[in-house]
Ligand binder design. Structure first.
Ligand SMILES: Cc1cc2nc3c(=O)[nH]c(=O)nc-3n(C[C@H](O)[C@H](O)[C@H](O)COP(=O)(O)OP(=O)(O)OC[C@H]3O[C@@H](n4cnc5c(N)ncnc54)[C@H](O)[C@@H]3O)c2cc1C
Ligand SMILES: *[C@@H]1O[C@H](CO)[C@@H](O)[C@H](O)[C@H]1NC(C)=O
Ligand SMILES: *[C@@H]1O[C@H](CO)[C@@H](O)[C@H](O)[C@H]1NC(C)=O
Ligand SMILES: *[C@@H]1O[C@H](CO)[C@@H](O)[C@H](O)[C@H]1NC(C)=O
Length: 388
């Protein structure tokens, strides 16, 4: 049985940022990570050409800037290097290969009881913590939609987290399912590597150049969101023209308001729109079912594919291990309370990085959590004894 003040679950950007902020207050913590490295999502589950989608000024973790000469959009390898340096600077040493399987609040002793599995030794460890920080990410499991007869598909089907590059798809027919940032970029990567590429776009999306998005993020600090949205939509229509005849429909709600209301991000165009307009990438609608190598679409078309890439996102899995949490998270493992009040539950429970607000949201969560833990420790240590 190990006794800790703060237990942080997950050594991605959110866990690391929280650790760094706690260190500023000299608050001791333990950080556990199920994989054998920090930032495993970026190291092991991201495609080669990935860059941070947002300009670097919106992607910093607390207390450490990117180097002056870093490019505006940080490539994956540089981001991983930044996170490695972050760990070094703040002396963060996660316990790797340690997967949390159960956390329960004990009302009699006012403690969190945590059971973690040692993935190397196949043993379990019990941890008692005063404070518990859920930093296991919005992306901890692959999300694959239910498609009738998917198991009968004769080609290769993979999730975007296993996709590295289009090199191995040269000359093949590939269907990308999902039109978020990953799907649109993977489609571009496939097409530019010589794959005959189609993408399923099921519902309306905003897709814009990264410059337009950067402008929007900057303007949103000074102007009302609906005004910013009108400007962005106008700029986009001017740059791309009418995309509806290519199968890309704009949502009725503007991009900034949509993001703040639903968490849905605008897709950043990396060149995909141009390839769609030139007919190099084909846009498809909903799938009805799969038969062998053929995919049948709701419009009646039947097309053969060698491979399917599911760029259908991820899900949080914290609800699988976090019990009696005092209703901080819903059944999808995401916060119940709305931003900006989402990060704190009952009984000294917190979450970092679950509000669908990217790295900027992670930085704010980490600071809020560390401040709150600091003041809670100041106010309770003398009065109530808990978790002894
Ligand atoms: C392809 C992609 C591109 C993105 N680009 C951007 C961008 O440009 N800008 C931006 O701001 N945001 C971006 N994001 C969103 C977000 O910033 C990243 O997903 C970021 O890595 C989230 O950090 P995190 O620490 O919350 O989660 P993660 O990076 O997923 O880290 C969580 C960690 O917890 C570990 N873990 C999970 N469950 C357990 C458990 N039970 N026990 C122990 N450990 C556990 C996982 O192994 C993982 O290492 C992107 C996301 C994706 C998927
Ligand atoms: C590419 O795929 C489309 C269907 O999406 C098909 O109509 C076309 O013939 C294919 N082109 C080649 C060169 O295989
Ligand atoms: C695809 O199906 C979804 C519901 O599953 C529906 O909302 C959407 O309108 C459909 N899209 C197209 C292009 O038919
Ligand atoms: C940390 O907590 C202590 C004790 O409550 C308090 O005096 C101090 O001001 C706090 N620090 C900050 C930066 O809030």
């Amino acid at each position: 049985m190990e006794n800790v003040v703060v237990l942080i679950v997950g050594a991605g950007p959110a866990g690391l940022a929280t650790a760094a902020c706690l260190t500023q207050f000299s608050i001791p913590y333990v950080i556990v990570e199920r994989e054998d490295c920090g930032a495993s999502l970026w190291r092991n589950r991201a495609y080669d050409r990935l860059k941070l989608h947002l300009a670097k000024e919106f992607c910093e973790l607390p207390y450490m800037s990117y180097p002056e000469d870093a490019p505006t959009y940080i490539p994956k390898a540089l981001f991983v290097k930044y996170l490695d340096e972050y760990m070094e600077r703040f002396e963060i040493q996660p316990k790797y290969l340690t997967s949390v399987e159960l956390s329960k609040y004990d009302n009699d002793n006012n403690c969190w009881y945590i059971v973690a599995r040692d993935m190397a030794e196949f043993t379990t460890t019990k941890i008692i913590a005063k404070f518990l920080v859920v930093a296991s990410g919005e992306n901890s499991a692959n999300n694959i939609p239910v498609i009738p007869e998917l198991d009968t598909f004769l080609g290769e089907a993979l999730h975007s987290s296993r996709y590295k590059s289009g090199k191995s798809f040269f000359g093949k027919s590939v269907l990308v399912i999902g039109s978020g940032n990953s799907g649109m970029e993977i489609a571009y990567d496939l097409a530019t590597h010589g794959a005959n590429t189609s993408i399923v776009i099921r519902s309306p999306i905003h897709v814009m150049t990264k410059e337009v998005i950067r402008l929007g993020m900057t303007l949103s600090h000074h102007l009302p969101l609906n005004l910013v949205d009108n400007l962005l939509v106008m700029a986009t229509k001017f740059i791309f023209g009418d995309l509806s005849r290519h199968g890309i429909i704009m949502p009725k709600m503007g991009p900034m308001i949509l993001k703040s209301k639903t968490g849905r991000s605008t897709v950043i165009d990396v060149g995909t729109v141009g390839l769609i307009k030139r007919g190099i990438i084909q846009v498809q609608g909903n799938i009805s079912n799969i038969m062998g190598k053929k995919v049948k679409f709701q419009c009646g078309d039947e097309i053969s594919f060698d491979s399917i890439v599911f760029a259908t996102g991820y899900k949080s899995t914290s609800n699988a291990w976090l019990k009696n949490d005092g209703s901080m998270l819903n059944e999808n493992g995401l916060p119940i309370k709305e931003y900006p009040n989402h990060w704190k539950g009952e009984n000294r429970l917190y979450c970092a990085g679950l509000a669908r607000r990217g790295l900027a949201g992670i930085a704010t969560d980490a600071k809020n959590i560390a401040n709150d833990i600091n003041s809670t420790m100041g106010s309770i240590s003398s009065e109530i004894s808990f978790c002894m």
